[in-house]
Design a protein around this ligand. Structure first.
Ligand SMILES: [Zn+2]
Length: 219
């Protein structure tokens, strides 16, 4: 039999191509998970800065976190223009109102895995990349000015979330229901807690947190 000195047969070449294809198909999901983990870390850093802004705001406002949204015309409860929580904390995250309106701010862009990241349209409305808790509100809303309870009255700030990765909902609501969470970081999300820490949690753990439990306080 004549021996070959150089080159591959077509079969050998096809086998090599097939092996490479299998390797790529194994490696690509791992690479995509790694890329997502990197984005999750950037997101957590953004959340830490937003969270410290929220807590600084509370320090200067009777220990109460910023409202989710209030009519700009408040106390006249009319009109369709609302200020959202992200606007109240601008001075505490060193961001100007013009940056906020232009969508130029670094922090208010939020989560790098959010589809709307960097799209100016969402920056000044609703809650950036994040869903905001309802747990700091009183059960009965008699007046907006008296809507939120002090953080000190929350039973366990280490387990009480303020916000986490979320997404825009076409249904206007204060309630960050399940449809407003977004488990875009490998099946989980970054959660910011009332004691000032940020933690990555998987979906089931996040759903167990007291998001919509109205603050249980005796008046
Ligand atoms: Zn995120």
């Amino acid at each position: 039999m004549e021996s070959r000195k150089n080159g591959f047969t077509l079969i050998e070449l096809l086998v090599v191509v097939a092996i490479i294809a299998v390797l790529v198909s194994i490696l690509l999901p791992a690479l995509s998970r790694a890329r997502e983990s990197a984005r999750q870390i950037v997101c957590a850093a953004h959340e830490r800065q937003l969270l410290s802004g929220i807590l600084y705001y509370a320090q200067e406002n009777g220990d109460k976190i910023a409202h989710y949204a209030l009519p700009q015309e408040w106390p006249v409860h009319a009109g369709t223009n609302y200020n959202h929580w992200n606007k109240y904390i601008l001075p505490y995250i060193n961001e100007t109102e013009q940056q906020y309106l232009d969508g130029q701010g670094g922090l208010l862009k939020g989560c790098p895995s959010d589809n709307k990241y960097g799209w100016n349209g969402w920056v000044q409305h609703f809650d950036v990349s994040y869903s905001y808790s309802n747990a700091f509100r009183k059960p009965y809303i008699n007046s907006f000015s008296d809507l939120f309870v002090p953080i000190a009255m929350i039973a366990d700030p280490t387990k009480t979330p303020i916000f986490c990765d979320g997404k825009f909902s076409p249904v206007y609501t204060h309630m960050p229901g399940i449809t407003r969470f977004d488990f875009r970081h490998n099946g989980g999300a970054n959660v910011s807690f009332a004691d000032g820490h940020v933690n990555y949690l998987i979906a089931n753990k996040i759903l167990d947190l007291p998001w919509n439990t109205f603050a249980d306080i005796s008046e």
